[in-house]
Design a protein around this ligand. Sequence first.
Ligand SMILES: Nc1ncnc2c1ncn2[C@@H]1O[C@H](COP(=O)(O)OP(=O)(O)O)[C@@H](O)[C@H]1O
Ligand SMILES: [Mg+2]
Length: 277
Amino acid sequence: MTSNANPEAPRRDGLYSVRGLTRVYGRGSNALRALNDVSLTVSSGERLGIVGESGSGKSTLIRLMAGLDRPNSGSILYTGREITHLAERQLGFLRASVQLVFQDPRSSLNPRMRVRDIITEPLRSRLVRRHLSRDLEHQARLAEVLEAVGLSIKLADRFPHEFSGGQRQRIAIARALAPQPDVLIADEPVSALDVSVRAQVLNLLADLVRSFGLTLIVVSHDLMVVRHLCDTVVVLRQGEVEERGRAAEVFGNPQAPYTRTLWESVPRFTGGPAQKA
Ligand SMILES: Nc1ncnc2c1ncn2[C@@H]1O[C@H](COP(=O)(O)OP(=O)(O)O)[C@@H](O)[C@H]1O
Ligand SMILES: [Mg+2]
């Protein structure tokens, strides 16, 4: 199965180029600067982790990158195209190419829809359809992505409540894979799951990213998640980039005290920085 079947395949480098992104919520004395002058790039095939404590602006940043929200200022180039000024009807290429997995599959999956409809819905969107490869046959794709996430096609007529939390997140991942995206953005993908199934879902994500050749952007307050999945990392603090670099280096030898504090809050960490013999 190939993932880059979209007609407008992204360039190899500089898939995303984010410059000076600022997002302020509210006005006047209630104004809250959730992101302040954030710049970063994401290359095709990169696996980027965005970490930071709760409220540091992680979800705001990826919502902007997914075209779900508008910044107050700054620019986001996706495959060289500025997306911050586009109207919804012009965002089809982005909707086809960038897919999201949210924290809680209980709220991200429509409880009234059967699994088969949940997964094929993105393929039926008029906006997105134009950007999908013509030979993308819905039922075949349904079977393919269910198999990819380890669920039987026999379960396709069931509703979300008939599944466990881990299975529901697999369904959400299958839905994200269905339109053959180039980029998968996952916001706290295992935080709402039982600890016992987190590793399985993380391993699944790692396998899928490799086998489908996806670019991955993972948001997590949990550094272990990012360490497991990512090769680069951006540390956000109060809406600003505090530190960035290769994951092994940032986690192995964090420069900013804030990053060290994040590490120290990780329970039972192994292989983190400053371990004494
Ligand atoms: N829709 C919104 N309206 C007002 N404030 C918001 C909204 N979304 C987020 N915020 C605020 O912006 C800041 C950053 O939030 P968020 O991006 O969700 O952080 P994170 O994902 O790192 O926890 C927080 O202070 C949060 O309360
Ligand atoms: Mg968040």
